[in-house]
Design a protein around this ligand. Structure first.
Ligand code: ADP
Length: 440
């Protein structure tokens, strides 16, 4: 566009500079070469310019050279007069004119005095052919522009529809997802990004589905968990009121049941409170250096007294200092021990082991049971919220939040927990904890 618009201006400028230098060549050829006519005709043909040299004796103009031979005498005389008038007091003139065919002509002339006589070296060039070129050029530009514009329009429409159509389809599918309907599947074999997006959406929907069903399960489990001890408490208190109130031995055993059930309720409610604290990020940790062996011994004694039908063993060094929040670590251990007890069946043996690995300065704490175990395909999900293995669902009631609390607490301490388990054989939950004997 720039070229098409400014081409004439630039061309005229260039051409007029060219004429200026041609005019000085004309004068030097004329002055130096006796054979100047041939040289000037060559110059005229090569540069497509007209050349006129004339002189005057004050009044009379005398033509010395005219590259165009077709002018007749009268035309030449008028022309010389006109040209001379242009010079007035100047030695150099540059102007444009139009010829009889209405073609624009660029003119350049210089006047030099040689041997006391004025010589006029004049050269001119038509600029019409360039106008035609420019016109052609403009037409071409128009066609090219229309062509390019249409190609871009069609190209961008095709590309944008290819880019946006799959997204539009996905958006309308995504609208089908509601609070209760997650049965939407995104299938896309379009370009890579859309495939990735649909994979991500499918994954997100899968997770939503899972969470939704786990949440439903949890509410069912929790209500069941709350209801069972409450029913027990209610019926045993009725028993005491109506029957065993005056029988101290029976009353005592009924009261024990009430106490145990109330304790179960307390654990469950604590779990739920911790869970909500973790969900809202309000769980706080007061870390300090303490002797884990002492905590383990206390817990071992507590659980041995509470569950007399269980054989609980502890193997640990006398002092094992770690840096952590003692209350939260105790909570972790209680959760793991409760699970070990809940998911044990005939073989009521629980082993607690604590060992220091000298080379890595890490304690390995193991809680081992010989109960129902965890099915192979459930192991990876065991620490997810609300997850309960199929065996556990069949055999015991639970909320499915205990292990997710355990994992969150240990994550906050940067302690690692893993599980090895075999269905029907038992489970080994083990935690690695840095030794803090040296300091911290
Ligand atoms: P809950 O025990 O209330 O269901 P948890 O989060 O403590 O919730 O445990 C999640 C699931 O992990 C349990 O439902 C059970 O399937 C499995 N699990 C946990 N500990 C054991 C264990 N010692 N033996 C077998 N399965 C276990």
């Amino acid at each position: 566009m720039f070229q098409a618009i400014y081409f004439t201006v630039i061309f005229e400028n260039v051409k007029s500079n060219e004429l200026e230098s041609i005019s000085s060549s004309i004068s030097s050829i004329y002055k130096k070469s006796p054979n100047y006519q041939d040289a000037l005709i060559d110059l005229s043909i090569q540069n497509n310019v007209g050349i006129i040299i004339f002189t005057d004796n004050g009044e009379q103009n005398q033509l010395i050279f005219n590259s165009s031979r077709e002018y007749d005498q009268r035309i030449i005389e008028t022309r010389l007069k006109t040209l001379k008038m242009k010079f007035e007091d100047q030695n150099i003139v540059s102007f444009t004119s139009t010829n009889t065919n209405n073609i624009k002509i660029l003119n350049f002339g210089r006047m030099e005095v040689i041997d006391g006589q004025s010589y006029y070296f004049y050269t001119s060039a038509p600029i019409e052919p360039i106008k035609t070129t420019i016109l052609n050029f403009r037409y071409l530009l128009l066609f090219i522009s229309i062509g390019v514009f249409s190609a871009v329009l069609i190209g961008s429409y095709t590309i944008s529809s290819q880019l946006s159509m799959p997204i539009v389809k996905m958006a309308s599918k995504a609208k089908q997802i509601t609070k209760t309907n997650f049965d939407v599947q995104f299938n896309s074999n379009e370009y890579l990004e859309v495939q990735q997006l649909s994979d991500t959406l499918n994954y997100a929907i899968g997770e939503l589905k899972k969470t939704d069903s786990l949440r439903k399960d949890m509410f069912a489990n929790v209500s069941h968990e709350l209801k069972t001890p409450l029913t027990m408490i209610k019926s045993y208190s009725e028993l005491i009121r109506d029957i065993s109130g005056n029988d101290p031995i029976k009353r005592q055993s009924h009261l024990d049941v009430i106490h145990a059930e109330a304790e179960r309720l307390e654990y469950l409610i604590n779990d739920m409170m911790d869970y909500s604290k973790l969900e809202s990020g309000l769980m706080t940790y007061k870390k300090q250096k303490f002797n884990l062996s002492e905590t383990l011994t206390n817990l071992k004694n507590f659980y041995s007294n509470k569950h007399t039908d269980f054989k609980i063993t502890l193997s640990a060094p006398k002092n094992a200092y770690i840096y952590a929040d003692p209350k939260r670590i105790e909570q972790v251990l209680i959760n793991l021990l409760n699970n070990a007890i809940n998911y044990s069946r005939d073989k009521k043996v629980i082993n607690i082991r604590l060992k220091l690995d000298e080379s890595s300065a890490l304690y390995k704490l193991e809680i081992i049971d010989h109960g129902i175990g965890i099915p192979h395909d459930s192991i990876d999900h065991i620490f997810e919220r609300h997850f309960r293995s199929t065996v556990a669902k069949r055999t015991t009631v639970g909320s499915g939040i205990g292990l997710s609390i355990v994992k969150s607490i240990l994550d906050a301490h940067e302690f690692n927990i893993k599980v090895m388990s075999k269905e029907g054989k038992g489970s080994n939950f083990y935690i690695t904890i840095p030794n803090a004997t040296g300091g911290i």
